[in-house]
Design a protein around this ligand. Structure first.
Ligand code: CUA
Length: 329
Protein backbone atom coordinates (compact mmCIF):
# COMPACT_ATOMS: atom_id res chain seq x y z
CA UNK A 1 0.00 0.00 0.00
CA UNK A 2 2.67 2.44 1.13
CA UNK A 3 5.02 1.42 -1.70
CA UNK A 4 2.24 1.90 -4.33
CA UNK A 5 1.52 5.35 -2.92
CA UNK A 6 5.23 6.16 -2.98
CA UNK A 7 5.55 5.01 -6.60
CA UNK A 8 2.55 7.12 -7.66
CA UNK A 9 3.90 10.17 -5.86
CA UNK A 10 7.34 9.72 -7.48
CA UNK A 11 5.79 9.34 -10.93
CA UNK A 12 3.72 12.52 -10.41
CA UNK A 13 6.78 14.45 -9.25
CA UNK A 14 8.85 13.30 -12.25
CA UNK A 15 6.05 14.26 -14.69
CA UNK A 16 5.62 17.65 -12.99
CA UNK A 17 9.37 18.26 -13.10
CA UNK A 18 9.72 17.27 -16.75
CA UNK A 19 6.72 19.28 -18.00
CA UNK A 20 7.82 22.27 -15.95
CA UNK A 21 11.26 22.34 -17.52
CA UNK A 22 10.40 22.36 -21.22
CA UNK A 23 8.28 24.75 -23.24
CA UNK A 24 8.45 28.02 -25.09
CA UNK A 25 9.09 30.15 -22.00
CA UNK A 26 11.43 27.97 -19.94
CA UNK A 27 14.92 29.07 -18.87
CA UNK A 28 15.68 25.38 -18.22
CA UNK A 29 15.15 24.43 -21.88
CA UNK A 30 17.77 26.83 -23.29
CA UNK A 31 17.99 28.04 -26.89
CA UNK A 32 20.77 30.56 -26.32
CA UNK A 33 24.35 30.68 -25.04
CA UNK A 34 23.42 32.90 -22.06
CA UNK A 35 20.41 30.76 -21.07
CA UNK A 36 22.60 27.62 -21.23
CA UNK A 37 24.92 29.16 -18.66
CA UNK A 38 22.01 30.16 -16.41
CA UNK A 39 20.48 26.66 -16.63
CA UNK A 40 23.87 25.11 -15.76
CA UNK A 41 24.24 27.47 -12.79
CA UNK A 42 20.76 26.48 -11.60
CA UNK A 43 21.56 22.75 -11.80
CA UNK A 44 24.81 23.10 -9.79
CA UNK A 45 23.13 25.28 -7.16
CA UNK A 46 20.24 22.80 -6.89
CA UNK A 47 22.70 19.91 -6.44
CA UNK A 48 24.59 21.90 -3.76
CA UNK A 49 21.35 22.69 -1.93
CA UNK A 50 20.27 19.03 -2.07
CA UNK A 51 23.59 17.72 -0.68
CA UNK A 52 23.61 20.24 2.18
CA UNK A 53 19.96 19.60 2.96
CA UNK A 54 20.51 15.81 3.09
CA UNK A 55 23.53 16.36 5.37
CA UNK A 56 21.46 18.50 7.75
CA UNK A 57 18.63 15.94 7.86
CA UNK A 58 21.15 13.14 8.59
CA UNK A 59 22.67 15.16 11.45
CA UNK A 60 19.21 15.95 12.85
CA UNK A 61 18.26 12.25 12.79
CA UNK A 62 21.55 11.16 14.38
CA UNK A 63 21.66 13.83 17.08
CA UNK A 64 19.24 12.24 19.61
CA UNK A 65 21.02 8.85 19.44
CA UNK A 66 24.72 9.66 19.56
CA UNK A 67 27.07 12.00 21.33
CA UNK A 68 30.05 12.23 19.02
CA UNK A 69 31.50 15.29 20.73
CA UNK A 70 32.35 14.37 24.25
CA UNK A 71 34.34 17.48 25.16
CA UNK A 72 33.27 21.13 25.09
CA UNK A 73 36.25 21.90 22.83
CA UNK A 74 35.02 19.43 20.19
CA UNK A 75 31.55 20.90 20.36
CA UNK A 76 32.88 24.44 19.84
CA UNK A 77 35.02 23.28 16.92
CA UNK A 78 32.01 21.54 15.35
CA UNK A 79 29.81 24.63 15.67
CA UNK A 80 32.49 26.97 14.34
CA UNK A 81 33.30 24.59 11.46
CA UNK A 82 29.71 23.78 10.49
CA UNK A 83 28.22 27.17 11.28
CA UNK A 84 30.93 29.59 10.07
CA UNK A 85 33.73 28.00 8.02
CA UNK A 86 31.57 25.64 5.95
CA UNK A 87 28.87 28.19 4.87
CA UNK A 88 31.52 30.85 4.11
CA UNK A 89 33.50 28.42 1.89
CA UNK A 90 30.36 27.17 0.10
CA UNK A 91 28.96 30.67 -0.48
CA UNK A 92 32.29 32.07 -1.72
CA UNK A 93 32.64 29.11 -4.11
CA UNK A 94 29.08 29.59 -5.40
CA UNK A 95 29.51 33.36 -5.85
CA UNK A 96 32.83 32.81 -7.66
CA UNK A 97 31.27 30.21 -9.93
CA UNK A 98 28.23 32.44 -10.59
CA UNK A 99 30.37 35.49 -11.42
CA UNK A 100 32.74 33.49 -13.64
CA UNK A 101 30.06 33.36 -16.34
CA UNK A 102 29.53 37.12 -16.46
CA UNK A 103 32.37 38.12 -18.83
CA UNK A 104 31.08 35.69 -21.47
CA UNK A 105 27.50 36.93 -21.04
CA UNK A 106 28.49 40.58 -21.30
CA UNK A 107 30.79 40.10 -24.32
CA UNK A 108 29.53 42.46 -27.04
CA UNK A 109 28.84 41.37 -30.61
CA UNK A 110 31.35 42.22 -33.34
CA UNK A 111 30.98 45.86 -34.41
CA UNK A 112 29.29 46.68 -37.69
CA UNK A 113 26.89 43.71 -37.69
CA UNK A 114 23.22 43.34 -36.95
CA UNK A 115 21.92 45.10 -33.83
CA UNK A 116 18.53 45.66 -32.25
CA UNK A 117 16.90 48.35 -30.17
CA UNK A 118 13.92 47.33 -28.04
CA UNK A 119 11.84 49.89 -26.14
CA UNK A 120 9.35 49.01 -23.43
CA UNK A 121 6.10 50.94 -23.72
CA UNK A 122 2.96 50.45 -21.58
CA UNK A 123 2.16 47.60 -22.58
CA UNK A 124 3.96 46.56 -25.73
CA UNK A 125 7.45 46.43 -27.28
CA UNK A 126 8.85 48.68 -29.99
CA UNK A 127 11.51 46.72 -31.89
CA UNK A 128 14.00 48.26 -34.32
CA UNK A 129 16.61 46.45 -36.41
CA UNK A 130 19.83 47.97 -37.69
CA UNK A 131 21.81 46.08 -40.30
CA UNK A 132 24.54 47.23 -42.69
CA UNK A 133 23.15 48.40 -46.01
CA UNK A 134 19.58 48.48 -44.76
CA UNK A 135 17.42 51.37 -43.57
CA UNK A 136 16.39 50.80 -39.94
CA UNK A 137 13.31 48.62 -39.70
CA UNK A 138 10.64 49.03 -37.05
CA UNK A 139 8.21 46.37 -35.90
CA UNK A 140 6.51 45.45 -32.62
CA UNK A 141 5.97 42.61 -30.16
CA UNK A 142 7.97 40.10 -32.13
CA UNK A 143 11.73 39.59 -32.06
CA UNK A 144 13.41 37.59 -34.77
CA UNK A 145 17.05 36.56 -34.41
CA UNK A 146 19.47 34.59 -36.59
CA UNK A 147 20.75 31.36 -35.02
CA UNK A 148 24.47 31.19 -34.14
CA UNK A 149 25.03 34.95 -34.43
CA UNK A 150 25.89 37.20 -31.51
CA UNK A 151 23.58 40.23 -31.50
CA UNK A 152 23.63 43.37 -29.33
CA UNK A 153 20.26 44.58 -28.07
CA UNK A 154 19.96 48.15 -26.74
CA UNK A 155 17.19 48.36 -24.16
CA UNK A 156 15.20 51.55 -23.57
CA UNK A 157 11.95 52.59 -21.95
CA UNK A 158 9.50 55.21 -23.15
CA UNK A 159 7.58 55.54 -19.87
CA UNK A 160 8.14 53.44 -16.71
CA UNK A 161 10.60 50.69 -15.73
CA UNK A 162 10.03 47.46 -17.66
CA UNK A 163 12.17 44.33 -17.66
CA UNK A 164 13.09 42.60 -20.90
CA UNK A 165 13.14 38.83 -20.55
CA UNK A 166 13.61 36.11 -23.18
CA UNK A 167 13.79 33.08 -20.83
CA UNK A 168 14.98 30.46 -23.36
CA UNK A 169 17.61 32.81 -24.84
CA UNK A 170 19.11 34.99 -22.09
CA UNK A 171 18.72 36.46 -18.64
CA UNK A 172 16.49 39.44 -17.91
CA UNK A 173 17.55 43.09 -17.92
CA UNK A 174 15.66 46.19 -16.82
CA UNK A 175 14.56 48.92 -19.24
CA UNK A 176 14.92 52.19 -17.37
CA UNK A 177 13.62 55.58 -18.62
CA UNK A 178 16.52 57.86 -19.54
CA UNK A 179 19.09 55.06 -19.42
CA UNK A 180 20.53 52.76 -22.05
CA UNK A 181 21.12 49.13 -21.06
CA UNK A 182 22.83 46.62 -23.30
CA UNK A 183 22.23 42.91 -23.64
CA UNK A 184 24.19 40.56 -25.88
CA UNK A 185 22.58 37.32 -26.96
CA UNK A 186 23.54 34.35 -29.07
CA UNK A 187 20.70 31.95 -29.97
CA UNK A 188 21.85 28.34 -30.37
CA UNK A 189 18.82 26.65 -31.95
CA UNK A 190 15.93 27.66 -34.18
CA UNK A 191 12.35 27.72 -32.95
CA UNK A 192 9.51 29.90 -31.71
CA UNK A 193 9.63 31.00 -28.09
CA UNK A 194 7.95 33.48 -25.78
CA UNK A 195 9.29 36.45 -23.88
CA UNK A 196 7.69 38.63 -21.22
CA UNK A 197 8.00 41.80 -19.19
CA UNK A 198 9.44 40.81 -15.81
CA UNK A 199 8.90 44.04 -13.84
CA UNK A 200 5.48 45.25 -12.66
CA UNK A 201 4.73 48.23 -14.90
CA UNK A 202 1.02 48.92 -14.47
CA UNK A 203 -2.38 47.23 -14.77
CA UNK A 204 -1.57 45.32 -17.98
CA UNK A 205 1.95 44.22 -17.00
CA UNK A 206 0.85 40.58 -17.39
CA UNK A 207 -0.33 41.39 -20.93
CA UNK A 208 3.09 42.57 -22.10
CA UNK A 209 4.60 39.56 -23.85
CA UNK A 210 6.28 38.93 -27.17
CA UNK A 211 7.13 36.20 -29.64
CA UNK A 212 10.77 35.21 -30.23
CA UNK A 213 11.56 33.52 -33.51
CA UNK A 214 15.08 32.15 -34.02
CA UNK A 215 15.72 31.50 -37.73
CA UNK A 216 18.47 30.21 -39.98
CA UNK A 217 20.68 33.11 -41.16
CA UNK A 218 19.46 32.98 -44.78
CA UNK A 219 15.78 32.95 -43.82
CA UNK A 220 16.39 35.76 -41.33
CA UNK A 221 18.12 37.97 -43.92
CA UNK A 222 15.27 37.38 -46.39
CA UNK A 223 12.70 38.21 -43.71
CA UNK A 224 14.54 41.41 -42.69
CA UNK A 225 14.80 42.53 -46.31
CA UNK A 226 11.06 41.99 -46.83
CA UNK A 227 10.30 43.73 -43.52
CA UNK A 228 12.24 46.80 -44.68
CA UNK A 229 9.97 47.28 -47.71
CA UNK A 230 6.98 49.63 -47.50
CA UNK A 231 3.46 48.21 -47.38
CA UNK A 232 1.85 47.24 -50.68
CA UNK A 233 -1.49 48.77 -51.63
CA UNK A 234 -4.34 46.29 -51.08
CA UNK A 235 -5.97 44.69 -54.14
CA UNK A 236 -9.07 43.32 -52.44
CA UNK A 237 -11.95 45.91 -52.44
CA UNK A 238 -12.81 45.29 -48.76
CA UNK A 239 -9.19 45.85 -47.74
CA UNK A 240 -9.07 48.96 -49.98
CA UNK A 241 -12.07 50.42 -48.12
CA UNK A 242 -10.29 49.42 -44.90
CA UNK A 243 -7.21 51.37 -45.96
CA UNK A 244 -9.32 54.50 -46.54
CA UNK A 245 -11.16 54.04 -43.23
CA UNK A 246 -7.84 53.49 -41.40
CA UNK A 247 -6.70 56.96 -42.50
CA UNK A 248 -10.08 58.75 -42.21
CA UNK A 249 -10.89 57.38 -38.74
CA UNK A 250 -7.53 58.57 -37.41
CA UNK A 251 -5.73 55.23 -36.88
CA UNK A 252 -2.70 56.70 -38.68
CA UNK A 253 -2.37 59.39 -35.99
CA UNK A 254 -0.84 56.78 -33.69
CA UNK A 255 0.25 54.01 -36.06
CA UNK A 256 2.72 53.97 -38.92
CA UNK A 257 2.14 52.00 -42.11
CA UNK A 258 5.29 52.73 -44.12
CA UNK A 259 4.59 53.80 -47.68
CA UNK A 260 1.27 55.46 -46.74
CA UNK A 261 0.20 58.75 -45.14
CA UNK A 262 -0.05 57.01 -41.75
CA UNK A 263 3.04 58.05 -39.80
CA UNK A 264 1.91 58.04 -36.13
CA UNK A 265 4.53 57.08 -33.54
CA UNK A 266 2.54 56.53 -30.33
CA UNK A 267 1.48 52.96 -31.11
CA UNK A 268 3.04 49.92 -32.78
CA UNK A 269 4.27 50.13 -36.39
CA UNK A 270 1.75 48.13 -38.45
CA UNK A 271 3.56 48.05 -41.83
CA UNK A 272 3.76 44.22 -41.84
CA UNK A 273 1.40 43.43 -38.95
CA UNK A 274 -0.29 40.64 -40.95
CA UNK A 275 2.89 38.56 -40.87
CA UNK A 276 3.12 38.49 -37.06
CA UNK A 277 2.12 35.47 -34.98
CA UNK A 278 0.24 37.27 -32.22
CA UNK A 279 -1.28 40.68 -31.50
CA UNK A 280 -1.79 43.01 -28.53
CA UNK A 281 1.73 42.14 -27.23
CA UNK A 282 1.37 38.39 -27.24
CA UNK A 283 -2.06 38.31 -25.61
CA UNK A 284 -4.18 37.29 -28.63
CA UNK A 285 -3.65 35.15 -31.73
CA UNK A 286 -3.46 37.26 -34.88
CA UNK A 287 -6.86 36.77 -36.52
CA UNK A 288 -9.30 39.11 -38.21
CA UNK A 289 -12.02 38.58 -35.57
CA UNK A 290 -9.49 39.32 -32.79
CA UNK A 291 -8.44 42.58 -34.51
CA UNK A 292 -12.12 43.58 -34.67
CA UNK A 293 -12.55 42.74 -30.97
CA UNK A 294 -9.36 44.72 -30.18
CA UNK A 295 -10.56 47.84 -32.04
CA UNK A 296 -13.95 47.90 -30.30
CA UNK A 297 -13.13 46.47 -26.81
CA UNK A 298 -9.57 47.63 -26.22
CA UNK A 299 -10.06 48.43 -22.53
CA UNK A 300 -11.59 45.01 -21.88
CA UNK A 301 -8.70 43.16 -23.54
CA UNK A 302 -5.94 45.31 -22.08
CA UNK A 303 -6.99 47.36 -19.01
CA UNK A 304 -5.35 50.79 -19.03
CA UNK A 305 -4.28 50.57 -22.69
CA UNK A 306 -3.54 54.02 -24.12
CA UNK A 307 -5.47 53.21 -27.31
CA UNK A 308 -9.12 54.26 -26.92
CA UNK A 309 -11.80 51.69 -27.86
CA UNK A 310 -13.52 52.62 -31.13
CA UNK A 311 -16.87 51.11 -30.09
CA UNK A 312 -18.83 53.73 -32.08
CA UNK A 313 -17.46 52.59 -35.47
CA UNK A 314 -20.01 50.68 -37.58
CA UNK A 315 -19.34 46.90 -37.66
CA UNK A 316 -18.65 46.85 -41.41
CA UNK A 317 -16.02 49.60 -41.11
CA UNK A 318 -14.29 47.71 -38.26
CA UNK A 319 -14.30 44.54 -40.42
CA UNK A 320 -12.81 46.47 -43.36
CA UNK A 321 -10.00 47.93 -41.23
CA UNK A 322 -9.26 44.45 -39.83
CA UNK A 323 -9.19 43.00 -43.37
CA UNK A 324 -6.76 45.75 -44.39
CA UNK A 325 -4.44 45.02 -41.45
CA UNK A 326 -4.53 41.23 -42.00
CA UNK A 327 -3.24 41.59 -45.57
CA UNK A 328 -0.30 43.81 -44.52
CA UNK A 329 2.18 40.95 -44.80
CU1 CUA B 1 6.30 46.20 -18.78
CU2 CUA B 1 5.80 44.88 -16.91
Amino acid sequence: MVSTLFRHATLLLVIAALTGCSGVQSPLDPAGREAEWIAQLFVWMAIGVLVIWLGMIALALLAPHRRPFATARHQTLFIAGGGVVFPVLVLVALIGYGLSGLPGMLAPAAAGGLSLEVSGVQWWWRVRYFAPGLASVETANEIRLPVGTRVDIRLLSEDVIHSFWMPPVAGKLDMIPGRLNRLSVEPTRTGTFRGACAEFCGPSHARMNFTIIVMERGAFDAWLASESRPALDPRDPTAQRGRTAFVERGCGTCHTVRGTESIGRAGPDLTHVGSRHTMAAGTLPLRQDEIQRWITQTELLKPGAHMPAFAVLPDDVVAEIAAYLMQLK
